[in-house]
Write a new protein. Structure first.
Length: 222
């Protein structure tokens, strides 16, 4: 097994934000006389790109179709920041520590379905700008996960064969995208996270503190 690079998802893998985004979208919609149950919003949000979320929201609520995607994203972000300020630190510390440790030996990138502005903010929050070789947001590739487009573009930008990349993901859509790209995939299944079907991943961990290259190779051999 050759490993040349590591690719991290962002929301739910490095930062604990997807539940906050779902709550923010519910609040945003409610203020515009559009209602969506929390469970249904979680299905819409988890593991998907902003462009796909926007299409589904405007399809469900045609009155919002006149609001451009970037305008809605900006408005939604205000709700998200308000909710985030009321909670605890969103950094998933063991995931962040793993990213920084791997970056001392390998190129590490982020491929996220969030807008680039949100990815950039998260990178700064993680204090990882020096460790991350590059990052891709929703504007940088299409279609979104479960399509492999984002992961393949990231590997191409690095000049690394897809089969030599290891992806860290937390959603069924992200795992499907990684495997469709021909990459190895380690899934993060935190006990407190929204439940996802991660069985297609090569290895499932409840905490990325348990990951090491040696342990992963041993797991794959057995």
């Amino acid at each position: 097994m050759m490993i040349d690079a590591f690719i991290f998802d962002l929301d739910g893998t490095l930062v604990d934000t997807e539940l906050i985004w779902a709550d923010a979208m519910c609040a945003y919609l409610a203020d515009r006389q559009c209602r969506c149950a929390k469970d249904e919003m979680l299905r819409i949000v988890f593991g998907r790109s902003w462009s796909d979320i926007y299409r589904e929201i405007t399809g469900r609520f045609p009155t919002l179709a006149t609001t451009p995607a970037h305008v809605m994203a900006s408005g939604l972000r205000a709700y998200y920041l308000k909710l985030r300020s009321q909670g605890d630190n969103i950094i998933i510390r063991s995931s962040s520590d793993l990213l920084k440790a791997l970056a001392t030996r390998y190129p590490v990138i982020i491929v996220s379905g969030s807008p680039r502005a949100d990815v950039e903010e998260a990178v700064n929050l993680l204090d990882a700008a020096q460790q991350i070789r590059l990052y891709l947001g929703a504007e940088d590739y299409a279609p979104g996960k479960p399509s492999p487009a984002g992961f393949l573009k990231g590997a191409d930008r690095l000049g690394v064969p897809p089969q030599n990349c290891v992806v860290f993901e937390d959603s069924s859509a992200g795992v499907a995208a990684a495997k469709a790209a021909g990459m190895w995939c380690v899934a993060l299944a935190r006990p407190q996270a929204h439940r996802q079907d991660l069985t297609a991943a090569d290895w499932i961990l409840t905490d990325l503190a348990d990951f090491s290259i040696e342990a992963f190779k041993q797991h794959m051999e057995t």
